[in-house]
Design a protein around this ligand. Sequence first.
Ligand SMILES: [Fe+2]
Ligand SMILES: [Fe+2]
Length: 134
Amino acid sequence: MIDPKYSIGIPEMDAQHARWIQLIEQFRSASSGHLLDQASTDAAQRALEQLLDYTQTHFASEEQFIAAHHYPDVEAHKALHRRLVADVTRLLDEIRLHKSHTTPLKLNLFVTIWLMEHIMTEDDKYARFIRGKA
Ligand SMILES: [Fe+2]
Ligand SMILES: [Fe+2]
């Protein structure tokens, strides 16, 4: 079940967002400690790999969904998705190379702002469009 605060009123997408948020939270808790030792870095890296993987799965599914419902801004929405994937990939590369100056706080803010806000702003836009037609 998704936190009602993040519900966009489309059960199929809410279910995917619930899973996605779960992975975001897992990454947040994995990166909340000091990423100074190898074990913490590895755990954060694994959590972010899982998050990136599911992010791509969800985005592909969502893009098909909104195209099937003739959402007029599909291309713009896809571009936002590509940017998020690029940002998460860059962050993952930084963690992998272990040359990141990124602090846990910044990591958490990053996922919170970029990923969670995407649901509440951009995903909510297509949801209102599709619900409006129903
Ligand atoms: Fe979404
Ligand atoms: Fe989206």
